[in-house]
Design a protein around this ligand. Sequence first.
Ligand code: ATP
Length: 615
Amino acid sequence: MTEHANNIRKPRAARRAALVELFKLLKLAPLPRWVTPALIVLGLASSLAETVGITLVLLFFYLAMGQVELATSTSGLLGEALRYAVNWFHSSTETAVVLLFLIVARGALSFINTLISARVGEKINEVARNRVHLQYLSTSYSFFQRHDEAYLMEVLGTETWVISGAYASLTRIIVSSCSVFLFASFLLALSIKITVLAVAASMLVSAGLRHLSLPIQQLGAGVKLVHQKLGEHMLMTLQGMRTIRAYGQEEVHQRRFEHASTQARQVALRLARLSALVSPLTEVGYLAVLFLVIAFADMWGIGFATSLTAVALLYRLQPHMRDLEGNLLYMAQIEPQLRSIRHMLSTDDKEYPKAGHVAVAKLENGISFRNVTFRYDAGTEPALLDVSFDIPAGKITALIGASGAGKTTIVNLLLRLYSANEGVIRVDGRSIEDVRRTDWLDMLAIAGQDVDLVEGTVIENVRMAKNDASEEEVRQALRVAGISEVVEALPHKYDTWIGQHGLRFSGGQRQRLGLARAIVRNPKFLILDEAMSALDLTLEDSIRRAIQLQFKDRTLLLITHRLDSVRDADHVVCIENGRVRAEGPPAKVLASRGACVTGTSQDDVLTYRMRNTVP
Ligand SMILES: Nc1ncnc2c1ncn2[C@@H]1O[C@H](COP(=O)(O)OP(=O)(O)OP(=O)(O)O)[C@@H](O)[C@H]1O
């Protein structure tokens, strides 16, 4: 599903919103106080060098042609300045040297400006990227259930890069505005009439050009959506490679990808076409202003030298106006991206797991669920309803029940991926929400039927549970999980690359790697959620016994469909349709009829396994 957070604003509102979003994002990496004034001063200095340069170019030509009187006949304040300059520069060579100096100075100023802007922009990018990543790791787990993976990838992987572009654009807007201001001042110093005419005509051109804003901005939002769609297809191909090939769906997926890819090209092309129009249209518009000024200057009887200076100033003003228009349009275009980064970073609309404050280091009495009700989504049927049961410390508790009964939901609550809507879960008598989350998670480990192996080596995967585990600890954990011989026989042993999702290993081998990961943590509370469902019964028996031996006197929660495992347990809890059906010693629970028994018969085990081992 594609996220639709892209309501289009009016261009002016979008530009303003983009600037507001950018200023809010700039707070992420507070800028040194000198940055903005320095950028403005540099912008002004560079524009001053340019405007003075233009005046000197004219003087250079007048001197070279031996027509110094043209310089002195220029009107207004600029005329005064030229008359003053004539006293300083006696030859065109002297003027050329100063001109060269001004050109070099302008280049140096613009270089420094770009460097500062890039440095600040990249810093903000980095901080924003890190913050978004941290946000992903720290918000509630349900946040991810509500958001599209491709959208999350797009925001973190692509959109955070936009901020430096936005900042560069902002600095260009500052510099161009400084230039426009200085050029306008020089023009004003030359002739008020010409300035009024040029400003009025320029405003008309600018207003016309802004008509391009809305379509460009809409296409900007469109680019964001098609990129996201393309991302979804990429993820589907990479994550579903095995299924796609098993069902011969390559052609269908290629067709869908190509369709999304074509859409991406078309939208990008339309955007490029419109954006490309900005520059020539601006040029034509401002050239029209220039001709208008020439015509009116002639009509008003303004002298040649004054008209020529005005034309030179207006001509050089053009690129700055183009730059200003282009950057304002770019701001409108990237507003949706800036908005989604800010949305992702905002903390007001998100929930965070409670950190808890009570320190815990051991589990002495056990865990109790009391009248716990939990819904994954508000308004839906509860996955657990008024559930009360105990997991005694230092004992093996088997959690049984038919598929969909609510067993994994109980584990999810224990892992604090979610919080109960009603009721309370207690750890040694204290609410699990009050217990310090990090302490609690340090005490437990989980292995499940779906093993979340990550791309990396065997040893890296096992060490995910304990970063500083020694090689000996890893070896021992692999031994208890019954996988050490398999790993030792591999050419690269512990450094074997396990491939995407561990697909270089069989399902049962993957589960045993997951078990080794849980074991290496040496937890006080071990949860095995059908962690051996892909193993043959003999192997499962021997590993289970090895684990029980290693974790003797620790708290074990086994979610299983195996009758033998249930019989071996000290305590059994049977869940049916989100409610506790029975609880007590194995003999008592297994004697009850219904879901508790059908969920654990050997026949069920086989049916279950056949179902789960189909590729
Ligand atoms: N992330 C989720 N969002 C919404 N509903 C969910 C989610 N996970 C599970 N459910 C629903 O909650 C109910 C209990 O699911 P749960 O995974 O706890 O069952 P289970 O007993 O572990 O099943 P199984 O033995 O098949 O793994 C089911 O109706 C399931 O559809």
